[in-house]
Design a binder for this molecule. Structure first.
Ligand code: ADP
Ligand code: MG
Length: 648
């Protein structure tokens, strides 16, 4: 037998109050006591005599105000919170009058709780919990929740839980207090059995008859021991001794296991409170969904506008006569205007264009298309090149050459036989032309098929097709898009001066494009703001729901701490819950956002989903949960185990 007692209290005192003007009460007034391994001790005393307080101190749930507590010869006062948690987990098993089971967990899961914090592998844990419950006669009730069990059954579950990690020392506070006499007798029989098996049993009761069943009876009155039947040759426990050197060193549950457990619990709690949680999540859901939808619609419509804009370049302007001009001047553009426009600073290209419907014919195929006369500036002015063959050159313009460049739609219509158009002859309004090139395809920009087009030298068009030299419009390219407005004004002023009338219209594509991109950045800013606000609202919602959860489950937190959870285990669990909650909110937001986007697509709204936006909004939601869940989780982790246990 070792000379060192398992538990040794020296002049232990516990005071309450003394703060905030509350009178200080000394509940334990110098308790000196030693208990050897394997003893079966009853501590008996009237209600209010300090028994529960003493038990909390013995079980390291609370710290004394004075005196020393040696466990296995080690002063417990020197242990930090983690080491105390380790000691509770490895050395003690608590059995409470009120059972203190976690209401949302099954009998088996309740029994497994201490093993989770001890890091026992799941398979072993399940087997052991089932075996323990079997042994205590609850083999048929593994999946029952506490509310579905009788008081006696619940107490047996709590005894099984106390034994889960070995239960070297069983601390039982009024274990029969809430039970009928038959169940009470059963529980007492169980304690006897455990004592015989070598467990140290400390039984607390106000009932002398119950206390008499123990091998040693200690009587407490007003916080002092008044009688002790003494340990008559205390039996030595045959359970392996604990090495306190190890306290707090081993990691407890592995992070991964712990996280899995935390997620499982979190999921269950969330499911139980699904309505409340759902309401709280609206902020996050709306935030995530609105960011996804708005960005998708924004990108979609912008893309559509840009696609139309950029067909002829982002730095293009078009100048055309005012329509229905009733001025004295005919309002027609002239080739002189080209020279005026070219003088304006920032203008790099100015190209006259004469256009009008023509009938093209090859063999017996007639085809109506848009004809046009252009200069060699055509590629530069309209960002439009020849993909096949060549464009006419200056000598063609000078000699009024009858050469044509056709758009791909015209090619399709006239050369459906697949022959190479280059070098072939076609008729344009009955005038023979030779095809020398094919334009690259521009598609259906501006709502029209831009490839439905045939162009010839401006001079030829004027002389042979249209009979006049007045351009229908002039395409202008500018150097610096930032000065699009000034350039347009300068062109307008120069033309007004030379034409002595303000009779042209300038269609400033360049400016529209610039405004469009500015609108885009404003919209991005707005979206960011919306996202930030709704995530803030969502975050506050998460915090709110977590604070509620912590308050409602304070006793559960106490139970978990009593069974060996460290601060970081509790912290991890509540953080996992917060993250899970916002994860669900984020997923719901993504689903709803994408669904709305798809619905809009059906209604022909241009929608382009951005994976980056979806991932971004989603991760922001999860981060929100982490950030806003931190405070409630820390609050939970810092609860005092005794106060948490006492809460209702
Ligand atoms: P018992 O378990 O023997 O009935 P307790 O140990 O629960 O007694 O309580 C002993 C005394 O300590 C009681 O008078 C009780 O009011 C007081 N007490 C217990 N806990 C607190 C506390 N947290 N703050 C102030 N007084 C307390
Ligand atoms: Mg009590």
């Amino acid at each position: 037998m070792s000379a060192v007692p398992l538990i040794e209290l020296q002049d232990i005192r516990k005071r309450y109050g003394g703060l905030d003007g509350a009178p200080a009460v000394e509940v334990l007034r110098g308790v000196t006591l030693s208990i050897a391994a394997g003893e079966f001790v009853a501590i008996v005393g009237a209600s209010g005599s300090g028994k529960s307080t003493l038990m909390h101190l013995l079980g390291c749930l609370d710290r004394p105000s004075g005196g020393t507590y040696r466990f296995n010869g080690h002063d417990v006062a020197g242990l930090d919170a983690d080491a105390l948690a380790w000691l509770r987990r490895e050395a003690f098993g608590f059995v409470f009058q009120g059972y203190h089971l976690i209401p949302s967990e099954s009998a088996r899961e309740n029994v497994e709780v201490p093993a989770i914090y001890a890091g026992m592998p799941e398979a072993e844990r399940r087997a052991r919990s089932a075996a323990l419950l079997q042994r205590l006669g609850l083999g048929e009730r593994l999946g029952y929740r506490p509310a579905q069990l009788s008081g006696g059954q619940q107490q047996r579950v709590s005894i099984a839980r106390a034994l889960m990690n070995g239960g070297r020392i069983i601390l039982a506070d009024e274990p029969t207090g809430a039970l009928d006499s038959k169940s009470g007798a059963e529980v007492m029989a169980l304690l006897h059995e455990l004592a015989d098996a070598g467990h140290t049993i400390i039984l607390i009761t106000h009932d002398r008859k119950v206390a008499q069943q123990a091998r040693r009876v200690i009587e407490i009155l007003d916080g002092q021991i008044v009688a002790d039947s003494g340990s008559a040759a205390a039996p030595v426990s045959n359970l392996p001794p604990l090495d306190l050197q190890q306290a707090g060193r081993d990691g407890g549950a592995s992070a991964w296991d712990d996280l899995r457990e935390a997620s499982r619990t979190a999921w269950r709690v969330m499911w139980i409170n699904r309505f409340r949680t759902g309401l709280t999540l609206l902020g996050i859901i709306i935030g995530v969904a609105s960011v996804i939808v708005m960005l998708a619609v924004g990108t979609g419509s912008q893309q559509r506008v840009m696609a139309e804009m950029e067909i002829f370049g982002a730095r293009t302007m078009y100048i055309s006569p005012m329509p229905q001009s009733s001025r004295a001047r005919s309002g027609k553009l002239t080739l002189d205007d080209i020279d005026v426009i070219r003088q304006v600073p920032n203008v790099t290209v100015a190209m006259p264009y004469i256009e009008g419907q023509v009938m093209v014919r090859r063999g017996n195929i007639d085809h109506q298309t848009e004809g046009g006369g252009a200069t060699t500036d055509f590629p530069a002015a309209l960002n439009w090149s020849v993909s096949h063959g060549i464009l006419f050159d200056q000598s063609d313009l000078d000699s009024l050459a009858k050469v044509a460049v056709i758009g791909t739609s015209v090619r399709k219509a006239l050369f459906a036989d697949g022959s190479d158009p280059i070098g072939q002859d076609i008729l344009i309004d009955s005038v023979p032309f030779q095809v020398i090139g094919i334009l690259t395809s521009k598609g259906a920009g501006n709502g029209e098929d831009q490839d439905e087009r045939v162009i010839v030298p401006l001079t030829t068009a004027a002389a042979r097709l249209y009979g006049h030299t007045n351009p229908n419009w002039i395409a202008v390219q500018i150097g610096d898009a930032k000065h699009a407005n000034q350039t347009a004004e300068a062109i307008s002023a120069a033309l007004e001066k030379s034409r002595r009338a303000k009779d042209v219209r300038i269609y400033n594509h360049a400016e529209t494009v610039r405004v469009q991109s500015e609108t885009e950045s404003t919209m991005t800013l707005m979206l960011g703001l919306i996202a930030a606000i709704s995530l803030l609202v969502g975050g506050i919602g998460v915090m709110n729901v977590m604070l509620m959860t912590v308050r409602e489950r304070t006793r559960e937190i106490g139970i978990r701490m009593a069974t060996g959870a460290r601060e970081r285990d509790i912290m991890r669990q509540f953080l996992a819950e917060a993250v899970l909650v916002s994860l669900v909110g984020g997923i719901a937001g993504v689903i709803i956002g994408v669904a709305i986007g798809l619905l809009l697509m059906v209604w022909n709204v241009p929608v382009i989903f951005s994976l980056r936006a979806i991932i971004g909004a989603f991760s922001c939601a999860v981060a929100t949960g982490l950030i806003f869940g931190f405070m409630p989780a820390r609050k939970a982790a810092r609860l005092d185990p005794v106060i948490a246990l006492a809460s209702e």
